[in-house]
Design a protein around this ligand. Sequence first.
Ligand SMILES: Cc1cc2nc3c(=O)[nH]c(=O)nc-3n(C[C@H](O)[C@H](O)[C@H](O)COP(=O)(O)OP(=O)(O)OC[C@H]3O[C@@H](n4cnc5c(N)ncnc54)[C@H](O)[C@@H]3O)c2cc1C
Length: 503
Amino acid sequence: MIKTDVIIIGGGATGTGIARDMALRGIDHCLIEKKDFAAGATGACHGLLHSGGRYTVKDPDAAVECITENAILRKIGKSCVEPTEGLFVRLPGDTEEYRDQFLYSCRKTGISTKTLSASKALNLVPNLNPQIIEAVKVPDASIDPFRLCMLNIVSSKRRGGKIFTHHKVIDIVKTRGQCTGVKVLDKFTSEIIEIEGKVIINATGAWGSQIAKMGGSDVPMTLSKGSLIIANHRLTNLVINRLRPSSNGDIIVPNETVSLAGTTSIHVDDPDNLTTDPEEIELIRTEAAMMVPDFDSIRLIRSYTGVRPLLRAADSSKGDRAISRGFQIIDHKNGMFSILGGKLTTYRLMAEKITDRIMEHFGLNERCTTATTPLEGQEDLAGYPVSKRLGKIEKVMCECELVPRDKVKKVIEETATKSIGDIQHRTRLGMGPCQGGFCTYRALGMMQEMGHVTPDESLDTLKRFLQRRYKGSRPLLWGDQLREEQLVEGIYLSLLGMADHEI
Ligand SMILES: Cc1cc2nc3c(=O)[nH]c(=O)nc-3n(C[C@H](O)[C@H](O)[C@H](O)COP(=O)(O)OP(=O)(O)OC[C@H]3O[C@@H](n4cnc5c(N)ncnc54)[C@H](O)[C@@H]3O)c2cc1C
């Protein structure tokens, strides 16, 4: 039996952020994640480090949180934040009235703005819609959620935090009505282990009500699905937003070699087994092409979907977009706390606030230092952005993202992983235009050579990878992407003989 002070369930930005804060304040803790880090909404988001511009008119408190955390993360997380800046573009049909409200609210919430004429905006981003009327520049940025989570975990591990990925909490142990531990299933060995803790923190986002229920509590949540598409080029160096009230498909974020566009907001009941509907793809593509017309002709390489864990609205008639993007901490008064809502941008603040509550609970008063301490482990990350990796690389395993062989080898050594996804999240292997078409079997070969997977296991891993890849590309199969898919199918099914194995 493992014993600890605080059990954190969930390895997204919130859970890993809490682990980092606990570690820096000297609290013994253990984090449990059923898949890999960033497997939930964190890894399925836009990767936009909000300036707060998106919320400033409707939710000024959330905007203030965003701009404050934006400045902090730029300082402490230089290797996972690309300070791109952002534009809110006004197109025909977007009103002057909203622009004025936007500029006024930005002034009130402390978001710096610069209004640009159409020609100045087009100088900055030449492939913007030439019909643009004007743009407002704000301090938006692009952030890599996978790196962020990994770096949070470095601080935890360096101070003795016990970290279990690919372990699922299947039950909460209760003693005289109090939550005193968890039962955890190891995904690879099917072993069940028990962990005892003085406090349990439920940081499972969209799965929050499931975990709370295991502990005997109810949490009021609304689940809102959002889908995104990835274009195979970096079409803009700045984040592009539409200068109008938040709606579908109005954000484009540059992400290393590719561009992400989204999103939608559709109510769902179950955070698992999500699919992207073809109508969502069409909607996002059309809206993105209004801002950057290249989205009409570019090859789309993947779609993905995440679920926002929103606090349930008192008035549900206004739809999920009307619900606050703020966060809430719930003390279930039985040894379990839940932390719900929020954004990737505000994850550090959320971690600070719940750790403060736990310190109070334990009668301790060590203060939070996460806002001023740089994320540890940044020196070990491959260069960011991709241009910094050019010239330093001798043997490359993933050509699209310039991932060196030795970096992949190091991850396999350190994690002893049986999952391709774990390597992707730590190196960006397979995240570029060919989506792992060429590098996946090389990485699998290395895992096998190093003795971490048997030939049979590697076949299983490959099948799972291909299924996941297909799920993401299936809704986009037309034109060049269909040709690319046929090439990959040719490689795997005929050259590598996967056709003989049921996929
Ligand atoms: C489409 C979309 C776009 C978004 N874009 C942005 C953006 O650009 N910028 C921004 O700031 N915010 C954005 N957000 C919001 C942001 O992604 C989330 O608020 C944030 O990532 C939530 O993090 P989390 O750690 O609380 O939850 P999650 O990332 O969902 O983490 C919860 C974790 O709990 C794990 N878990 C669940 N059940 C169990 C169990 N039984 N045992 C063990 N582990 C379990 C899950 O596997 C998961 O990894 C977006 C959200 C969506 C859906």
